[in-house]
Design a binder for this molecule. Sequence first.
Ligand code: IDP
Ligand code: MG
Length: 169
Amino acid sequence: MKHNQATLIVVKPDGLKKSLTGNILTRLSETKLEIVAAKVLRVSKELAEEHYSHLKDEPFFGELIKYIQGEMHNRKKTMAMVYWGPDAINKVRQLAGATNPEEAESTTIRGSFGRITTKGLYENVIHASANEEESEREIKLWFSPDDIIVDLYPAQVRTDKECKRRVWA
Ligand code: IDP
Ligand code: MG
């Protein structure tokens, strides 16, 4: 049996604008993987640039950062999730399809719903981690240990006395 893995999935702003969240969750449920974390969030410039740091020298980097931040869709939000189970990374990548939506098989999420913008950026609806090194890096970037219902990676307890945070009034 293939070993358990965790993988980061992000419904990108085009996926949210096109109301594809339900559809994507249904497709993901076919994998029989377990969902262990989920949140809706605005992607800061810092998070965007760190998430895509491997592409910083590409000509489309600037557009890519604007895209994941939602500036092209007037939808400044994404939905990030961690799925967990046997062979999770490959299962989700298969379902997502190729990076270039024109090359992705038409039955995949990217093949069904992605497009290439006039500027040449691939708007491909979802992000999915490509390998274990990447999934660990990305999950640690997008989530804190307490956001995830299983212990994926070693964590430590830190007491921040002066740390200001909002609580319900
Ligand atoms: P992946 O999302 O399939 O892992 P990456 O190479 O990590 O592919 O690229 C991250 C994102 O950058 C892609 O999902 C896509 O939105 C965009 N992208 C990647 N390569 C190209 C390209 O050659 N032209 C335009 N956009 C690209
Ligand atoms: Mg990638």
